[in-house]
Ligand binder design. Structure first.
Ligand code: ITT
Length: 194
């Protein structure tokens, strides 16, 4: 039976975006208790998304959805990657570190990657998908919206950074949006079956 889904994240930026996707969804959306933290010991986005979804689901006995995501920069050999949230103490310092490490580097292509996993109340993985959004790292910040690395992630096709885009546009083209689009039909089907 799936009637309620716990969003297994402590990241307010992700949370706001998830709420947009699930606004008209026929499910009760709940938040993970803040004291329930999962250690991200995996070596890939996939591993960590599955860890977070299955551990939160089994701890609460509820269906849970987790996202593990990050920025991979070509000129940095794919860093910060799965360490994106831990690259520096604050999001601002994370951006500063990436810009500093890219000084004088012409390979500024980058991709945001998102792995999403949904686990059932017994802690079993039920759905998994990944989404990728291609872009470039600017030399300075542009835009005030979004979160994390959004002000330096430029999408040439739209001539905007993620932090300059409307929320609707980011939700449509982002790594998170693309990953969720792959699992939402199956999630809806599961709700109907129950
Ligand atoms: P939870 O594990 O609680 O969900 P977290 O922030 O620790 O939160 P991750 O380990 O998945 O989550 O790290 C993702 C980091 O990647 C996030 O903190 C941002 O720095 C960056 N990131 C991911 N998606 C992003 C986006 O859409 N815009 C900007 N930065 C993003």
């Amino acid at each position: 039976m799936i009637s309620k889904l716990v969003l297994a994240t402590s990241n307010q930026g992700k949370l706001r975006e998830f709420e947009d996707y699930f606004r008209d969804f026929p499910l009760t959306i709940a938040l993970k208790p803040s004291n329930l933290e999962v250690e991200e010991t995996g070596t890939s986005f996939r591993d960590n998304a599955i860890l977070k979804a299955t551990q939160v689901a089994s701890a609460l006995g509820e269906w849970a959805l987790a996202d593990d995501s990050g920025l991979m920069v070509d000129g940095l050999g794919g860093a910060p990657g799965i360490y994106s949230a831990r690259y520096a103490p604050t999001p601002q310092q994370c951006i500063e570190r990436v810009l500093k490490e890219l000084e004088g580097e012409s390979r500024r292509r980058a991709q945001f990657v998102c792995a999403v996993a949904v686990a059932s109340g017994d802690g079993e993985l039920v759905l998994f998908a990944e989404g990728i959004c291609e872009g470039e790292i600017l030399t300075e910040l542009r835009g005030n919206d979004g979160f994390g690395y959004d002000p330096i992630f430029f999408v040439p096709e739209y001539d905007q950074t993620f932090a300059e885009m409307s929320r609707d546009l980011k939700n449509k083209i982002s790594h998170r949006g693309l990953a969720l689009a792959k699992i939402l039909p199956e999630l809806k089907a599961l709700i109907k079956l129950s």
